[in-house]
Each structure stands twice: as C-alpha cells, then as structure tokens.
Design a protein around this ligand. Structure first.
Ligand code: TXA
Ligand code: MG
Length: 343
C-alpha cells in the first residue's frame, strides 16, 4: 500500500526547526523518516519500539534476521542500549564519535528483538551529520536506521536516490544534500578482546589499530557463523552484471571486453578509477575520481546511473585495498559477478 510521503527540505548547515519538529513527531508516533547522515541516507524509526522497527523491514523488503544500527545523539546514551562498554570500545568512542564508526555491544533489554534481528547484541553509532543529530535529539529516542534503499540496491547517497526507492513507503524524507562520505560506516565488534572488523568503511582498520595499539582482525567470511548477518546477503548490486578488471593490463583488457560485448549489441558501461579514461565502443564511461575519498563518494551514484542508462554490462577498474580502498573494493566486490585478472 502506498503511503503519503512528506518531502521536507533541510539545509545542510542549519536544521530547519519546523521540519525537524514534524519529522521528530513522526518518529515518536512510530512512523518512518529517511534522513541524511555523513555516510549514506538512513531510514529511521524509534529504536525502542518493536512495532516501529518492524515497519523498516517491510518498507525495504529487508530479511528480518538482518539487524539495524541504532543511532544516538549523545555518547552517554550508549548505556541505554549496551550492557557493557569495554575499555577499548570506550577509546574508540572517544576518538571516533560522532562519526562513521558503528560498534557492536551486548544489548540491554531495552533493545527490541526486531532491532537486533534476534541477536543478543546491538550495533550503535553516533553520526556526525547535523540533521541526523538534530532529528535524534528532537525525537528524544534513539533511532534505528539501515541505509534508506530498497534491499539489494546500492545505498542512497542523495535524497533523490531515497525518493526513487522509498517514496510511498516512508512517512517523510528529509531532503538534504549529497552524503559527504558516500559509503556506509565501518562496523566493528568490540565484545571480545580482539576487535573484529565486520564491514570496512572510511574509518580504516589501520586507524583503529593505531588507537587501540592492538591487531584488528577481519571477518573474511571464513568464520562459519556469520556474525554480521548483513554479510551473507548480496548487496549494492546494479541490474547489469559487473566485472572487476585488475592487473597491469586492466585498461587494455577492458577495451577488448568492451568491444566484444558491444559487437554483441550490449550497452557497456565502464567505471574508471585511476585516471580519466577514454574507451571506444562504450556507451558510458563514469570517472569516479582522482582520490580514494572521491571514488568512495561517487561509487553508489555511479552504480545507480548505470541502471538508469540501461547499461547491460559494467566493467570496472579496481583500487588498492589500502585505507578507504579496502571499503571501496569491498563494495565493488559485493556488486560484482566476477573478476578478471591481467598480468
Ligand atoms: O553508515 C551507516 O552505517 C548507515 C547509516 C544510515 O548510518 N547505515 C547502514 O545500515 O549502513 P545497514 O543496515 O544498511 O547496515 C548495517 C550493517 C549490516 O551489515 C548488519 O548486518 C550489521 O550492520 N549489523 C547490525 N547489527 C548488528 C549486530 N548486532 N551484529 C552484527 N552485525 C550487525
Ligand atoms: Mg544497507
């Protein structure tokens, strides 16, 4: 059933009081509000209400065992939701909150099962975006929010993307600017002695290790029990199959593949990362940017653009798996059907 969706413009710098009050009221009454954060847009509901949180899964078409991140506006509110805040987690909070770092804790009984996907843990983050913070404060409750896309689609980095996916499904959409970071937050499990990186993001493994002075291990998916349920789902996938092409001869290989596909009558799109590129027989070349932060910011919009342009085959250049590059490659790999290596 289609809902009436309010689209409320909010300026990046100064939250419009009236719009924020309206949106906060919707949250308090158990409704859904999409809002900008520094990473991607989120689809929010009152995190302390089971029935409100359930609406998120329905609107997104999200599997009910994939838990939500709870967003808070004051560091001390972590204690409402987390049973135990280990000393190392405290260090990360002091260093990286507000910001794009989500920490997994043991949950308190205040966190409904629908928010934690039936787990006994909870994912918490304090965003650094003014609108997100103002909304949480005004609502007076923590806000559970996954990315504001339909399940399986790339996360939304602009309000327009949210409208494409959730108009008629959310009660309100706060129409802010483009997301500054463009990739979802880093997710780290701090329940055991050794921190486990569950999802790489713009706060890097290296940065976390440096603060804690200990090794951070990566859940490479080899661990049998998927401790982050989100990892088992295919994400960020554009409609067209995406092939990652790596190695020293990547550009020649892309050119060769592009020619072959276009001779078959397919519309080919290329994502270029290392430098602006020119390819023949390609319908669209999208240059993602000259630095890793720029590539991160533009990636999801580029995947959506390929869908819009009716691209049937995407060929993508890779980036170094270092720093934010680890997160960029993680999202590219999740979006890709296969990888071609050239030597
Ligand atoms: O940047 C972000 O994190 C954005 C903005 C809106 O804050 N949110 C976001 O949420 O990306 P979502 O739901 O798309 O991704 C949350 C990820 C999923 O992979 C989920 O499985 C994992 O966090 N997660 C949530 N709670 C968890 C828990 N208790 N244990 C392990 N993983 C958890
Ligand atoms: Mg998501």
């Amino acid at each position: 059933m289609q809902k009436k969706t309010l689209v409320l413009p909010v300026s990046q710098g100064k939250p419009d009081k009236k719009a924020m009050r309206q949106a906060a009221k919707i949250i308090r009454k158990g409704g859904l509000v999409a809002f900008p954060t520094e990473t991607v847009y989120g689809l929010g509901a009152n995190a302390l209400s089971s029935s409100a949180a359930k609406k998120i899964y329905k609107a997104k078409g999200r599997p009910s065992d994939n838990p939500l991140i709870v967003h808070i506006a004051r560091k001390e509110d972590v204690h409402i939701l987390a049973k135990d805040v280990p000393a190392n987690a405290k260090k990360l909070i002091d260093k990286f909150w507000p910001g794009p770092l989500t920490i997994i804790f043991k949950k308190t009984s205040k966190v409904p099962n629908s928010v934690s996907g039936g787990l006994n843990s909870v994912a918490i983050r304090m965003p650094s975006h003014k609108i997100a913070l103002a909304l949480i404060k005004e609502a007076g409750v923590p806000i559970a929010a996954p990315s504001a896309n339909l399940s399986g689609k790339p996360s939304p980095t602009s309000a327009q993307h949210v409208i494409e996916d959730l108009f008629g499904k959310a009660d309100a959409i706060l129409y802010g600017g483009k997301a500054r970071i463009g990739l979802e937050s880093t997710v780290i499990d701090m329940r055991a002695k050794t921190p486990i990186l569950l999802r790489p993001g713009s706060i890097t493994r290296e940065q976390i290790s440096k603060v804690l002075k200990i090794k951070v291990i990566r859940n490479s998916g080899k661990i049998k029990v998927a401790i982050s349920p989100g990892m088992k789902y295919k994400h960020y996938a554009p409609k067209a199959p995406l092939t990652l092409v790596e190695g020293v001869h990547a550009r020649q290989k892309i050119q060769q593949l592009a020619r072959a596909y276009s001779q078959k009558g397919l519309r080919v799109g290329v994502l270029a990362t290392s430098a602006p590129a020119h390819y023949n027989s390609v319908h669209k070349v999208i240059y993602l940017g000259s630095t890793q932060p720029k590539i991160a910011r533009n990636l999801f919009a580029a995947l959506r653009k390929c869908d819009k342009e009716g691209i049937e085959i995407i060929l993508a250049e890779v980036v170094k798996e270092q720093g934010i590059g680890l997160a960029i490659m993680n999202r590219l790999k999740k979006a890709s059907a296969n990888t071609v290596h050239t030597r």
